[in-house]
Design a protein around this ligand. Structure first.
Ligand SMILES: NC(=O)c1ccc[n+]([C@@H]2O[C@H](COP(=O)([O-])OP(=O)(O)OC[C@H]3O[C@@H](n4cnc5c(N)ncnc54)[C@H](O)[C@@H]3O)[C@@H](O)[C@H]2O)c1
Length: 316
């Protein structure tokens, strides 16, 4: 079985397989980096549905850096999978989160793509080991998980399955870094990878706080937005606690406040998403939205994200 080298330098053409919310944003990101993009999605209205996503994402990206001229021919829609994957130097798969569907699709992509072409899956929660099961060249199949919205948020989590070559993960890392993304290597498969596990841990407690009547949905969101969320944009949780220890750093923090952390951990909740909790959450976000539609809220989120990225001088 070939273990590489894998194509990561000189990539000119990217296949986007599955052109929904995530595939559309990825397509825009790759176009913004001067790459040719070939999209395959079996939906009959795929092109009509994806174009506005790509156009909006490109307009967002243009606020962060000047974009190259993107000739119309740089974006191709392919009715057949072969048309998208055959000429591709890299494949990003963004089909629905259904294991059997992705296994069959990745097996077909693997048959079509040249053996040194990396195949990244956007999956939020599936294991690369399961996804690569039916592939003839599983060594180049890995998870390349973006964070929504993928064209703006720099993080890409790179996860190897049992059969993924470490060289494939390294090649993907080098390539995403060159494109201006912030990749991380996930050393061991875990449901939700790294970032979504932490998001889920935080949201579990947020739901518990609402269900227990400790604070409203809106106040929980304000507590994060105007509190720790601001710090998390500039440093991660470990580094922040290192700074919380003063001159003695993490060791001093653990001596001083470690027991308080453990006491809080012992009291954190494990809420169920039952009918009552569901009603509280749905009504709570409706109150917080104050009549604004989802698209208005998403546009406001992206405007603020762009402002934060500009402030951090990070371009995705
Ligand atoms: N939505 C998020 O916040 C988010 C974030 C990160 C990663 N992801 C992951 O990205 C992937 C796609 O999620 P999404 O939110 O874009 O879903 P989506 O429903 O918006 O898009 C999925 C697209 O895949 C297409 N599709 C269906 N069958 C296909 C096939 N056989 N071949 C190719 N395309 C096919 C559908 O027509 C649809 O357009 C999932 O694996 C999800 O876990 C989602």
């Amino acid at each position: 079985m070939s273990q590489g080298p894998f194509r990561s330098a000189g990539i000119a053409t990217v296949a986007i397989v599955g052109g929904g919310l995530i595939g559309g944003a990825w397509a825009a990101f790759f176009l913004s980096r001067g790459l040719a993009v070939r999209v395959h999605d079996p939906r009959p209205d795929a092109e009509v549905a994806i174009r506005p996503i790509i156009e909006q994402a490109l307009a967002d990206l243009a606020q962060l850096s000047s974009l190259p001229t993107i000739p119309p021919a740089a974006l191709q829609f392919c009715a057949e999978l072969e048309g998208a994957v055959g000429p591709a130097d890299y494949v990003q798969e963004n089909a629905p989160e259904v294991l059997e569907l992705k296994q069959a699709l990745l097996a077909r992509i693997d048959e079509i793509a040249a053996a040194d072409v990396l195949i990244g899956s956007s999956t939020s929660s599936l294991r690369a080991t399961d996804l690569q099961r039916d592939c003839g060249h599983p060594e180049r199949v890995l998870v390349a998980h973006p964070f929504n919205p993928p064209h703006l948020v720099p993080l890409v989590e790179l996860v190897r399955g049992d059969k993924t070559a470490s060289e494939a993960q390294e090649a993907a890392y080098a390539w995403f870094e060159r494109l201006g993304k912030a990749p991380i290597r996930v050393a061991k498969e875990a449901r939700g990878h790294v970032a979504n596990r932490m998001s889920s841990a935080l949201w579990r407690e947020a739901v518990h706080i609402v269900a227990e009547g400790i604070a409203s949905v809106e106040d929980v969101d304000r507590a994060i937005r105007f509190g720790p969320g601001l710090r998390w944009a500039v440093d991660g949780p470990h580094m922040l606690y290192h700074l919380g220890g003063g001159a003695g750093g993490m060791a001093a923090y653990l001596d001083h406040l470690g027991p308080a952390q453990e006491a809080r951990w012992a009291e954190l909740g494990a809420p169920a998403l039952d009918g009552r909790t569901r009603e509280m959450l749905v009504a709570g976000v409706a109150d917080e939205a104050k009549g604004r539609t989802i698209s208005t809220l998403a546009a406001a989120r992206d405007r603020r994200l762009i402002a934060v990225l500009q402030a951090l001088d990070e371009t995705p």
